[in-house]
Ligand binder design. Sequence first.
Ligand SMILES: Nc1nc2c(c(=O)[nH]1)N[C@H]1C(S)=C(S)[C@@H](COP(=O)(O)OP(=O)(O)OC[C@H]3O[C@@H](n4cnc5c(=O)[nH]c(N)nc54)[C@H](O)[C@@H]3O)O[C@H]1N2
Ligand SMILES: Nc1nc2c(c(=O)[nH]1)N[C@H]1C(S)=C(S)[C@@H](COP(=O)(O)OP(=O)(O)OC[C@H]3O[C@@H](n4cnc5c(=O)[nH]c(N)nc54)[C@H](O)[C@@H]3O)O[C@H]1N2
Ligand SMILES: [Mo]
Length: 662
Amino acid sequence: LARDPSAPSGFASIAYQDAIAKTASEIERVQREHGPGAVAVLGGASLTTEKTYLLGKFARVCLKTPFIDYNGRLCMVSAGAANKKAFGIDRTTNPWSDMVGTEVIWVAGSNVAECSPITTNYIWQARELGAKVIVQDPRITPLARTCDVFVPIKPGRDAAMFAGVLQLMIENQWVDEEFISMNTVGFDAVAAYCREWPIARTAEVTGVPARTIRAVAELWGLAKSSFLFHARGIEHHSNGVQNALGTINLVLASGRLGKPKSGYGTIVGQANGQGGREHGQKCDQLPGWRDISNPEHRKYIASVWGVEEKDIPGPGVDAYELFRKIDAGEIKALLAICFNPKVSLPDNQFVTRALEKLEFFATIDFFLNETGQHADIVLPGSLQEEDEGTVTQVEGRVIKINKAVECPGDARADWVIIQDIAKALGREHGFTFDSPRAIFEELRVASKGGVADYSGITYEKIEREMGVFWPCYSVDPRTGEALADHPGTPRLFEAGSFNPVAKGAGPFYFPDGKARFNVAEYRDPIDDASADYPVYLTTGRVVSQFLSGAQTRRIGPLVSQYPEPRIEIHPRLAEKLGIADGEWATCETRRGAVTLRAMVVTTIRPDTVFIPYHWGGPKSANRLTVAAQDPISKIPQYKVCGCRVIKAAGAPDYDATREAQQ
Ligand SMILES: Nc1nc2c(c(=O)[nH]1)N[C@H]1C(S)=C(S)[C@@H](COP(=O)(O)OP(=O)(O)OC[C@H]3O[C@@H](n4cnc5c(=O)[nH]c(N)nc54)[C@H](O)[C@@H]3O)O[C@H]1N2
Ligand SMILES: Nc1nc2c(c(=O)[nH]1)N[C@H]1C(S)=C(S)[C@@H](COP(=O)(O)OP(=O)(O)OC[C@H]3O[C@@H](n4cnc5c(=O)[nH]c(N)nc54)[C@H](O)[C@@H]3O)O[C@H]1N2
Ligand SMILES: [Mo]
């Protein structure tokens, strides 16, 4: 499609080759007039790993721009940054089957039952065998209904909870001193920080009763085996990395890692939340989880790509900063694939204004989403089932998707479209792959020797073994000899294990082989509840909708199940505000206001309201959210800000306000 203001929909169909030619000529023009960095690329973690690899290479080699980032910036990056700091590797530690038979499972900030059904099934199996389950959430989620200890945390206070629990473990000598001294560094500084968190202060800051904090410390402190999982509930914060580090400190202090029934992990979001964050579509990353600022890493990737090291651009900026650069006029053209930022970014009316400033904007999608409405060219991309490729799932297991159907009509495989643009630009070198398999073969070489080493993985091995856990080597990291058939690494950090960074010094991915404790500091949220905005607003998901809703808002039965966003509100707060179940209410923050029906539920803290974010326009939760970001991971603080809720006069006229508010 091409933008056409005279057409009723705003778009007119044009021939595929013309759309590619227009995209290439506009990129060429903008770069000629303003330099290579005036063009930016946005990717996504629903893409196969092959596509994410190709996209990272396309930005650096074909467009020569540093400006590429991806929608995982809104999702996995706090966990990734914490894993890097603590373990030197960014992957869940164990296969999920290890959960069955463990004693305690602690789920912090994850509505697993509605968002991760397969993981939930493992938690249930573990519970059948006697595992005690702790759930930490401001809402009584479906999993929380049947848990052993529910921790009704005030939004944004998780780091305080983790410090308070570790303090109790230290006081009661429930920490594994031998593991700490043999396998870690930095415990003393963490212990000193935790002394600031006696139980009374922890209870006051977190809103969690002291007896509950004690019950958690006792369960966690005395367990012989355990798992701790978290997701966006603790990660979507301006101190999301600190929250994740707080959980890692509890795991390291317990000494329960590298063992069959004990582990730790972040529960991923999108289908390729793991693989999508490893091979170079992040602004500071090269394939194999390499660092774009590291001269050795650059040199190696340059040799794989057949370019000079100096020609690979340096680090770019995170996805939100990229929109600030568009707003400032520094970035003038954008190619986006697998991302709907107009709905999914915080304070999204700013995003809309920025989109309108672009001189040229193209998207590759199989649907025309809200962001695409601002595009000059929409290129018809592919669904996963229309193509072949790999994704890496939550356990770190690389699995393969096989093509089930052909792309309809004029649609093309995403990787074909990307290469067609390179060709039309006359910059074909390195973009002549004839299949996803060919891309994967180059990715294997590019990842070789990196922490995320996929070099020993082949499509055949994935099929044969029902998936392969990375790192999977083609060269023995001990001897440097070629390895015919490395089995992959289902469980990380086992005693005596060998990795190419520690070279046998210990199980963790640092030269001394030791894990790092990091002081995981509590900070009040930015734009916290206050006299003017006295209620906490948190946002997230409902089971029947997916992400920005671009796909699920088209599916009748899913829409019937939950047709529009509602404001979840506790009966006590609802009564105080004079709002009954089903009545219209306005939620207002420092950024904007939305009017939705109230849904009065007893499953939420009385000081907090929850709005799902799967809708755009005047129903969008992200009109309300704050664009505060974690200083390390740059994740947005979606999970808390101050708001006020008032009863609305009646139903809003969404159609009348849509034009003005879009
Ligand atoms: N059905 C469905 N499944 C999905 C998705 C979807 O959109 N729909 N999205 C996928 C994606 S991309 C992702 S990232 C995952 C997300 O999976 P989850 O992270 O499990 O889902 P969320 O709803 O974002 O947030 C989880 C929980 O965090 C809680 N929470 C809010 N604030 C806080 C806080 O300050 N502290 C704590 N401890 N908890 C808090 C919320 O009440 C919510 O229950 O789900 C994936 N699966
Ligand atoms: N307030 C609030 N906001 C949030 C969150 C929250 O909890 N609260 N969660 C955040 C999180 S965790 C995430 S992951 C983001 C997600 O935010 P987005 O990534 O913006 O959401 P999606 O709906 O996945 O949009 C992706 C687009 O890519 C298309 N697409 C999907 N797969 C493919 C593919 O294989 N090829 C092509 N060409 N296109 C594809 C879809 O049709 C859709 O239009 O939202 C974030 N925003
Ligand atoms: Mo996500």
